[in-house]
Design a protein around this ligand. Structure first.
Ligand SMILES: Cc1ncc(COP(=O)(O)O)c(C=O)c1O
Length: 505
């Protein structure tokens, strides 16, 4: 117990120093960061926030009103000037420049307007990919297999050499579920052709053609908002309200105590309870005549409140899935792409055979899912839509992966993440009535606030001071910077956050 506390005090004592350094750097007004503080790779970054109005400012408000005549704008925060945004900084239409620690719901891999990506767009050899969007499932371009190999397959999870691209996260999960159902039924039929009854009954949504199979998911999970995904999403009522759903089993996700290393015994008991209940549910649903074809889980429940579980939990869950013939689908839509300090969060489990399906989107720039060979659909048009992804996104992803490798960004994330988590530990010691349950892996961090109203006020105050954060779960703040978020950004953020928290003490 004593050493982490010493660590936290040390981290806190660092903040004032780094804050002053940052102010000195910012005072130059130069867009380049201090030579002492950063390397050349991030020179496209701005040197600090610059606030001209409250947010949303007058221009944003006018545009919100204009868009409100066309769409529901209740979720719009403010309008952005993406041309002027750079690196870790998002610029709005009123000229406010904010350090972005939320990055478009965790979907910007290497910052705004990265020079490597701008160069790619201006390369005449790439023009055709931007201009001609193909129906990839029937008419792929010549370089498609090479580009997939260079991009997605170069970071394929262990044991997987097949990948299907899709447009977004929900679309990826939706099709991954279908792949699990199709595989399950093919196995049940002994891989023989579907019967006439299968083919006729499916046309009127009846069994056996539309079988009563299920997907097991976890309370607090978020897997998207399309109809199938929504049946496995259990984070907030607003996502689900008024939409018919399936009678599929929902297992408890462990509610752990943080820091994890201080509550190993208690957390192990909680995880054992959840695993036991999961297995009971699989048996119960089989008895109900709705066998579980697949289990879907996030390595860290994100939208649901940044809920963690141990590697041991996932290893045991994977074994339960295999034992009961359920495909194991790991949803890395939010955790994938490096922010946990490894390219895939499931790599932290240290398994050779972590999953049967891994879905992705966000930082990968294209949606899709990797899968084991046996989950390959057996016929055309079963896993299919018009676009099935977008080859221009694979070009960007190739370049993003080059930058990650060249600039050792995963090491950078591990370093920044350590500084961020230590800082959050220090702040929760300093503001015990306000903050609790600091947690994280890499820069994929979160902290709880005493209640949701205070959390929301803190988010607004922090934004007024030029830093963008996001909420998740009931009362958590989540940190989702891009991979070019350096230690000095962390220290700057912690100091501003400290100032904001002092107002709420
Ligand atoms: C874990 C997870 N799965 C699926 C989704 C859905 O992705 P999309 O919003 O691209 O449909 C999200 C989105 O936040 C997510 O975090």
């Amino acid at each position: 117990m004593s050493s982490p506390l010493i660590g936290r005090r040390l981290a806190l004592s660092l903040f004032p120093w780094s804050h002053r350094l940052f102010k000195l750097v910012s005072a130059s007004g130069c867009r380049q960061v201090s030579k002492a503080a950063a390397k050349a790779e991030v020179e496209f970054d701005y040197d600090g926030p610059s606030m001209k109005t409250t947010v949303p400012g007058p221009r944003s408000q006018a545009l919100t009103k204009q868009l409100g005549e066309i769409q529901n704008v209740a979720a719009v925060n403010f309008f952005c000037n993406y041309e002027e945004s750079r690196g870790n900084y998002l610029v709005d239409v009123d000229g406010n420049r904010m350090l972005d620690v939320y990055t478009q719901i965790s979907s910007i891999p290497i910052g705004y307007n990265h020079p490597a990506l701008l160069k790619l767009v201006t390369n005449p050899n790439n023009m055709s990919a931007f201009v001609n969007r193909p129906a990839l499932g029937i008419l792929p371009p010549e370089n498609f297999p090479d580009k997939l190999t260079e991009s997605l397959l170069s970071v394929a999870p262990s044991g997987m050499s097949r990948v299907q691209t899709m447009a977004c996260g929900s679309c990826s999960n939706e099709n991954a579920y279908k792949a699990m159902f199709i595989t399950y039924r093919n196995k049940e039929r002994g891989y023989s052709a579907p019967s006439v009854e299968d083919n006729t009954s499916c046309m009127i949504n009846q069994a056996p053609g539309c079988p009563d199979l299920s997907i097991l998911s976890f309370m607090g999970a978020f897997h998207g908002r399309t109809l199938g995904c929504l049946a496995t999403t259990h984070s907030k009522a607003i996502h689900k309200l008024d939409v018919p759903s399936f009678d599929w089993p929902i297992a408890p996700f462990p509610t752990l105590q943080y820091p994890l290393e201080e509550f190993v015994r208690e957390n192990a008991q909680e995880e054992a309870r959840c695993l036991e209940e999961t297995e009971d549910l699989i048996v119960k649903w089989r008895q109900k005549g709705k066998p579980v074809a697949g289990i879907v889980i996030e390595p860290i429940q994100a939208e649901g409140g940044d809920n963690h579980a141990s590697a041991d939990f996932f290893i045991k869950l994977r074994k339960i899935a295999t034992k009961h013939g359920c495909a194991f689908h790991v949803d890395e839509v939010q955790t994938g792409g490096g922010s946990t300090g490894k390219f895939w969060a499931h790599e932290h489990w240290g398994m050779d055979d972590p999953a049967d399906i891994v879905s992705f989107s966000k930082k990968l720039l294209t949606g899709g899912f990797y899968h084991k060979d046996e989950l390959q659909a057996d016929k055309p048009y079963r896993i299919f839509n018009t676009w099935m992804g977008d080859p221009s996104k694979n070009l960007f992803l190739c370049e993003v992966l080059n930058v990650i490798r060249k600039e050792n960004l995963l090491d950078e994330v591990a370093r920044s993440g350590k500084a961020l988590l230590n800082g959050l530990y220090a702040l929760q010691v300093q503001y015990p009535g306000l903050l609790s349950r600091a947690r994280g892996q890499g820069t994929f961090c979160a902290i709880d606030v005493c209640d949701d109203a205070t959390r929301d006020k803190i988010l607004v105050r922090t934004r007024d001071k030029g830093i963008l954060l996001g909420g998740c779960g009931q009362q958590s703040i989540r940190f989702r910077p891009s991979l070019v978020f350096k230690e000095y950004h962390v220290h700057f953020f912690l100091n501003v956050f400290n100032d904001v928290l002092a107002e709420f003490k």
